[in-house]
Write a protein that binds this ligand. Structure first.
Ligand SMILES: Cc1cc2nc3c(=O)[nH]c(=O)nc-3n(C[C@H](O)[C@H](O)[C@H](O)COP(=O)(O)OP(=O)(O)OC[C@H]3O[C@@H](n4cnc5c(N)ncnc54)[C@H](O)[C@@H]3O)c2cc1C
Length: 432
C-alpha cells in the first residue's frame, strides 16, 4: 500500500489485489514498531495529510527500553528519544490501524477478495496476473508484496526459499484496564520490555495507548491539530483497536507441542501459562487476562539469500523476498524502504530517464544487499533462532547470564548506554 500511494502520487497507474475480503479482514491485531526507516518511507510515499494521520494514530511512543527477568526484576533500562521528530522516533503502531491509514483514499485502487494464483509474461512486454476467482489483471510490472508465502516468488524464483527459524511465538493481547496498569512497573508501563526468562523462555511486552477511548471517542486532552485530523479521518470507523498490552512469548520449537499451530484461544493461553509457570504472579495474571480471540501462534521464518537474477516485468518487495525473524523488529521497516526505493526508480522510468527493466534491475541491486543483511542480523538476535545458545541445556544458563550481563553493563556505563540508544535508531536508518 505504501508503494501504491507513492506510485499514485508520482502519476503512475497502480492497482492492488488483496486476498482479504474487505478492509477489516485479517488478524491484524498486533503491534508493530516503525522506526526512522519506515517513517521516512511513509513520509516520502503518503500524501502529507495522510502521513500526519499516520503520526496521530500511532500509540504513545515508548519512553523506555527495559530488560526484565521473568521475576519482573529490572536488568537494564534505557531512556529512548522524546517523541518530538516526525521520523527520528520509534513508533508503536497497531497493525490494523496502520492498515486503515494505508487504505485511506485508495478505494479505487484496492481490489479485495482477489487471491493471486499465477502470472504470464507476454511478448508485448505486459504481464497478466491470474486470480483464484478466474479474473485477471494486465500491467507493465507485477510487484509481489504478498509476504512470506509469496505465490509470485514461488513461480518467479522457485529457488528462493524460506525456512522455519526453529522458534515459535505465542502472541496475545490484554485489554488495558486499571487493574492491568496496576500490574506493570512504571518503566514497563511506559515502554518496550524484553523478558529474558530462565529455562529458555523469552518474551516481549508492549503497552499500547491510543488517542481514543474504549468507545472510540477522541480523548478530551488531545492536541487540537490531532483532534481535528482524527475527527476528519474516516478510518477509525473501520478500526476496533483500543488500548492494550501486547505480549509475545517465544522459545525453541521443542518447548511446544507438535500441534501448536492449530491451537487457538484458551488452549493457546493455557500453553503460554504452562510455559511461564515460574514467572512473577503479576506477569501470569496479565497473561491470564488475554483476550482469547487475540491469541495467535507464529512459526518464525527466515529466508535463504539468493544472488541477483535477471530483471524482468516481475519484481518483489518486503517479506516476499527477504522474510526475516522479528529479532531486530525491522521486517516491515525494510518492506517500506523497498517501497520508497521502487517508487523512486519507477518515477525515473516514467520520466523517460531509464527503461523499465533498468529501473527494476537498479531497484533489485540496491534492495537485495540491505534486505539480506537484515535477514542475517535478525536471525542472530534475541533468541529468534532455534539454534541460539540460550536454548541449549547447560550452555543456555551461561548465555542467559551473558545476555543479562551485557544489558546490565551497557545500561550503566554512560558511553555504552548512549551508543546503545543511538544504535536503536540508526540501525533502522539508512546508514548501513
Ligand atoms: C511477531 C512478529 C513481530 C514483528 N514485529 C515487527 C516490528 O516491530 N517492526 C517491523 O518492522 N517488522 C516486524 N515484523 C515483521 C513484519 O511483520 C513483516 O516484515 C511485514 O509485515 C512484511 O510486510 P509485507 O507487506 O512484505 O508482507 P505482509 O505483511 O505479510 O503482507 C502480505 C499481504 O499480501 C496478502 N496476500 C498474501 N498472499 C496473497 C495472494 N496469493 N493473493 C492476494 N493477496 C495475498 C496478505 O493477505 C497480506 O495483506 C514482525 C514479525 C513478527 C512475526
Amino acid at each position: 500500500m505504501c508503494l501504491a500511494h507513492g506510485l499514485r502520487r508520482a502519476g503512475i497507474d497502480v492497482a492492488v489485489y488483496e486476498r482479504h475480503r474487505d478492509r477489516s479482514d485479517g488478524l491484524l491485531s498486533y503491534r508493530i514498531g516503525i522506526g526512522p526507516t519506515g517513517n521516512k518511507a511513509l513520509r516520502r510515499c503518503l500524501p502529507p495529510e495522510l502521513f500526519d494521520v499516520f503520526l496521530a494514530t500511532c500509540a504513545r511512543s515508548p519512553r523506555y527500553f527495559t530488560v526484565i527477568s521473568e521475576r519482573l526484576r529490572e536488568t537494564a533500562s534505557f531512556e529512548l528519544r522524546p517523541d518530538t521528530d516526525p521520523v527520528e522516533t520509534e513508533r508503536s503502531v497497531a497493525r490494523m490501524t496502520l492498515h486503515q491509514v494505508l487504505l485511506t483514499g485508495m478505494e479505487d485502487v484496492v481490489h479485495f477478495g482477489r487471491t493471486f494464483t499465477h502470472y504470464e509474461q507476454r511478448d508485448d512486454g505486459t504481464v497478466t496476473a491470474h486470480f483464484a476467482d478466474g479474473t485477471t489483471a494486465v500491467g507493465d510490472l507485477l510487484v509481489a508484496a504478498d509476504g512470506t508465502h509469496s505465490a509470485v516468488r514461488r513461480q518467479h524464483l522457485p529457488h528462493a526459499v524460506t525456512r522455519a527459524a526453529g522458534t515459535v511465538n505465542i502472541a496475545v493481547k490484554i485489554p488495558l484496564t486499571d487493574h492491568v496498569r496496576s500490574l506493570l512497573p512504571e518503566r514497563v508501563r511506559q515502554g518496550i520490555s524484553l523478558i529474558f526468562g530462565s529455562g529458555g523462555i523469552m518474551g516481549v511486552l508492549h503497552v499500547m495507548e491510543f488517542k481514543w477511548d474504549r468507545d472510540g471517542r477522541l480523548r478530551p486532552d488531545l492536541d487540537p491539530t490531532d483532534a481535528a485530523l482524527l475527527a476528519r479521518w474516516p478510518g477509525l470507523r473501520h478500526d476496533a483497536t483500543r488500548d492494550y498490552v501486547n505480549i509475545v512469548i517465544w522459545s525453541a520449537d521443542r518447548h511446544f507441542p507438535a500441534d501448536v499451530m492449530r491451537l487457538r484461544g484458551p488452549a493457546l493461553i493455557d500453553l503460554a501459562l504452562r510455559l511461564t509457570r515460574g514467572w512473577h504472579p503479576d506477569l501470569r495474571d496479565l497473561l491470564a487476562g488475554s483476550d482469547p480471540h487475540s491469541a495467535m501462534p507464529i512459526r518464525v521464518a527466515t529466508s535463504e539469500p539468493i544472488p541477483q537474477w535477471k530483471a524482468s516485468t516481475v519484481t518483489l518487495l518486503g517479506d516476499a523476498i527477504h522474510t526475516m525473524t522479528p529479532g531486530r523488529g525491522v521486517g516491515a521497516n525494510t518492506a517500506l524502504r523497498d517501497a520508497a526505493l521502487l517508487v523512486e526508480e519507477l518515477r525515473q522510468v516514467a520520466a523517460g530517464d531509464k527503461t523499465l527493466l533498468a529501473g527494476v534491475a537498479d531497484y533489485e541491486a540496491a534492495m537485495l544487499p540491505y534486505g539480506y543483511a537484515r535477514v542475517a542480523d535478525s536471525l542472530s538476535r534475541n533468541g529468534t533462532n532455534g539454534d541460539d545458545p540460550l536454548y541449549r541445556p547447560v550452555v543456555g544458563r551461561l548465555a542467559l547470564l551473558g545476555a543479562r550481563g551485557y544489558f546490565g553493563v551497557t545500561s550503566r556505563i554512560p558511553r555504552l548506554r548512549r551508543r546503545f540508544v543511538d544504535d536503536f535508531y540508526t540501525y533502522r536508518g539508512e546508514n548501513d
